[in-house]
Ligand binder design. Structure first.
Ligand code: C5P
Length: 305
């Protein structure tokens, strides 16, 4: 019997993007990372990763801006295949094809999604029988956001974001995302955070109980009031033009606007699907972004397609 998601000798996995509804950032740690209280919410924009047996490790990609992603072993998806193979004494001979729909370098964890997708696809293709715990361990080794890409839904990420506690979500939330020109480097945004907070006492990051209650009740107005991103001042400092995008979405009737993660994608929480269409159209008309995307949350984590 063939497992769901496999077709002959190929396996396809679908993985969601994320938005951080709260990103509380602490001071830089000795290892250079920052302790976080990171409330992840998976949103229904997906990359698909297909794994096919091959003579060597190879990556191809299709979709918007794929000229900006590396197709060599520095791609996190390739590293995922290599780490899994090394643990199980397998040669990482696989062709990974990435169909990208998540904005590249946009603060929506597209690279992390591809890593989680490649890991699950290779695990299925190679029948390694890795436990969920082992997969999550490999994800954490790959990057701070990768475990959440595997898990999806909503979760609180502690540590550098990799220590996850699932969170209940009481209803669907509707979003519009404005895609900016070019990407922002996550390390550069954290460095700018350090620069902006230099000489100040950065408080220990804590999840906001009101935000968690808003998620649990499915109350979009309450969630809008609680959205918070400590990286936003740093992203706006590096990309001042994003302020105009945030203002355009708010003027168009979004309940709230914020930078998604380290940016430069901006996220707009709206009250329903109709409002999403209106805000998306107004954002495009405003000329303050390159493209818009509409998506609902929560979305499932990495899933065999
Ligand atoms: O974990 P990941 O490889 O995605 O992190 C990329 C970079 O983002 C890190 O090298 C670090 O500069 C920054 N980062 C951080 N604190 C975190 C997560 C990421 O400083 N909690």
């Amino acid at each position: 019997m063939r497992a769901c998601g496999t077709s002959g000798a190929s396996v396809t996995v679908r993985v969601p993007a994320k938005v951080n509804v709260q990103l509380a950032v602490g001071a830089a740690r000795p290892d250079g990372f920052h302790d976080l209280a990171n409330v992840f919410l998976a949103v229904g924009l997906y990359d698909e990763v297909t794994a096919v047996p091959a003579d060597s490790l190879r990556i191809t990609a299709e979709g918007h801006d794929v000229d900006q992603i590396p197709l060599d072993r520095t791609n996190l998806a390739a590293r995922a295949a290599e780490l899994l193979a090394a643990r199980h004494g397998i040669e990482p001979h696989v062709h990974l094809h990435i169909a990208k729909d998540i904005p590249v370098a946009g603060g929506m964890a597209g690279g992390s999604a591809d890593a989680a997708g490649a890991l699950l696809a290779c695990d299925t293709l190679w029948s390694t029988g890795a436990s969920r715990e082992e997969l999550l361990e490999i994800c954490a080794e790959l990057g701070s956001d990768v475990p959440f890409s595997l898990v999806g839904g909503a979760a609180l990420g502690r540590g550098r974001g990799e220590l996850l506690t699932p969170l209940p979500v009481g209803g669907a939330f509707h979003w519009v995302f404005a895609v900016a020109d070019g990407g922002l480097s996550t390390p550069a945004v954290y460095r700018e955070f350090d620069r902006l907070t230099e000489g100040t006492q950065v408080p220990a990051p804590e999840a906001d109980p009101e935000l968690l209650a808003a998620l649990e009740s499915g109350d979009a107005t309450a969630l809008a009031a609680a959205l918070a991103n400590d990286l936003q001042p740093a992203a706006l400092s590096l990309r001042p033009a994003l302020t105009a995008t945030l203002d355009a979405g708010t003027a168009a009737g979004a309940l709230a606007a914020l930078v998604s993660g380290s940016g430069p994608t901006t996220a707009f929480l709206v009250k329903d699907a109709q409002a999403a269409q209106q805000v998306a159209a107004a954002l495009l008309d405003s000329g303050t972004c390159r493209a818009v995307r509409v998506a609902d949350s929560p979305a499932p984590g990495a899933t065999l397609a």
